[in-house]
Design a protein around this ligand. Sequence first.
Ligand code: IPD
Length: 266
Amino acid sequence: TADPADLLVLAEKTAREAGDLVRDKREAVERMAVAGTKSTPTDVVTESDTAAEALIRSRLFAARPDDGFLGEEDGSVAGSTGVEWVVDPIDGTVNYLYGLPQYAVSIAARIDGVVRAGVVHNPASGETWTAVSGGGAFLDGGPVRVSSCSSLSLALVGTGFGYDAVRRARQAAVLLEVVPAVRDIRRAGAAALDLCAVATGRLDGYYERGLNPWDLAAGGLIAAEAGAVVSGLRGAEAGNDLALAATPGVAAELTALLERLGADHD
Ligand code: IPD
């Protein structure tokens, strides 16, 4: 079986190379072009998303040709080794499009369906978060830990919104109740970085409905390894219905509030 530490080395090297590619492409133009749209007219893809995913795919398959692959842009490939790579070439594509520095390359390795290694690399800031299951979480090689916040009313909480208007209306209704219950809200625009922010104590909690596996896989592991509670609502695992990451002192209160508001359904 594959060693998660070896998978992380490959993932990190690949994420940095892809990060350099997308940052260079962004810096080369004043205005980035939209190359296409996906679920809605605001769910955009740039040529950098496609180019970065192709690069990541070719590097991973060159090193490990029989692994599986699940990417945001180009679908999935079934493997035969039990290892599956879960890849978001640019998480925070809208920020990238607008020239905002909050975007990241996210690469995770699942072994037999469980995330065991993950890297989130922000090429604009140069910051790189890494984790291997059971080994703690790191930012640029140094250990990171969640904040000591233990009260929802004092918590800085991140969230995000989907691209679908009906879902957004519900998310806004939930937010209306969350805002008065917390210190403040941030909507930074890249789920993987929000999860890493919880890991680093830059946020005390984060929740979002509608995340895809590639948004959640690496950042979720990093947050959990930094001591965050990472879960869904009503006993579920973190996933598309709802993903929450929070300090142990904030998680129960945030979970109870989101359950009461029905934040896991539209
Ligand atoms: C999106 C970002 C955003 C979140 C959306 C995601 P993308 O990913 O992570 O912050 O709110 O749910 O889809 O489309 O930029 O890769």
